[in-house]
Design a protein. Structure first.
Length: 310
């Protein structure tokens, strides 16, 4: 490792927009995160990246405080694959933005409407047909999707339901509520130098136990990384059921050594005990963390903020 291994190789995504910090949404303060992925067509690298930047900044400038878009490059995965991370406060805001954009945005989404109206031919040439896909993610909150615990049922103060509504209305909280680390000390999609996107399919049978494990593992990272990494947990919506997403924000690629070191610790307080304990009750046959997930379903991706100075 070099002496400057803690320094990001490119500026964090915060530098992609001129919006002030209090108008920027990111993975820690947003209620919805949509990841749009597209494969750049051969020979279209410069044009595709320019279109990606323009579409992102169009949204950031037109809808500050309602939506924030950052552009990331996939690293150590499929080359020339772009990721837009689109942040909203709520599903209502996402829907409202589509109404504001008119019929084209309903068809093409928040980003696509701008492109189809201004640069449709370039956009169609820039990306491989059929490669564009979107994944909607909500920050995990206890009680989501039928995973309420008995303690939550007995304690009204722990209820995730909105108190000011007559109908049962689930309140999704931003991901910074998942951790005891103060919000101003967390890394997020605006401030991280690198993001590891981990996707895991959990067993439906052990859905509650799986979420407890996921949140525990994430908080182990948050409490032991000394601000060099922040792990936040998201649920996939309108996609594969029981699929969860971990956004592990790191200061730099070299932070990976620190995360590996945390898992390798053997002292009595080491968080590795999380992997040694049973997560499934004896009444259900017992089982450690590996019994909670579908074998072969885990996948790690590495994303770096696109550098806009070119």
């Amino acid at each position: 490792m070099t002496l400057d291994s803690g320094t990001p190789g490119v500026p964090p995504a915060r530098h992609q927009t001129a919006q002030p910090a209090d108008r920027i949404l990111h993975s820690a303060n947003a209620g919805v995160v949509v990841e749009r992925v597209a494969q750049i067509a051969a020979g279209q690298g410069d044009s595709a990246r320019r279109l990606a930047r323009e579409a992102a900044e169009f949204v950031n400038t037109k809808h500050p405080g309602l939506a924030t878009v950052f552009v990331y490059e996939e690293t150590f995965g499929v080359k020339d694959r772009l990721h837009w991370l689109i942040h909203f406060r709520s599903l209502e805001d996402y829907e409202g933005l589509l109404h504001m954009g008119g019929a084209r945005d309903f068809r093409d989404g928040v980003l696509g409407g701008h492109v189809s109206q201004h640069q449709a031919d370039e956009w169609q040439a820039a990306f491989v047909p059929g490669s564009v896909r979107e994944t909607m993610m909500l920050p995990h909150r206890w009680g989501m999707f039928g995973t309420a615990t008995q303690t939550m049922a007995q304690d009204p103060s722990m209820s995730p339901l909105a108190a000011d509504r007559e109908e049962p209305w689930f309140e999704v909280q931003p991901a910074h509520h998942q951790t005891a680390v103060p919000a101003d000390q967390l890394l997020n999609t605006a401030t991280a130098g690198v993001i590891m996107h981990r996707v895991v399919d959990f067993s439906y049978k052990y859905r509650a136990e799986a979420r407890l494990f996921a949140r525990t593992v994430a908080e182990n990272t948050n409490l032991n990384a000394d601000g060099d990494a922040t792990a936040l947990v998201f649920e996939e919506l309108f996609g594969t059921m029981e699929r969860m997403h971990f956004l592990i924000h790191m200061k730099s690629l070299g932070t990976m050594y620190k995360l590996m070191g945390i898992d390798a610790r053997t002292d009595p307080a080491a968080p590795r005990a999380t992997y040694m304990q049973d997560w499934v009750s004896k009444e259900q046959g017992g089982g450690r963390w590996d019994s909670l997930m579908l074998e072969g379903s885990g996948n790690d991706g590495c994303l770096t903020p696109q550098y806009w100075a070119d």
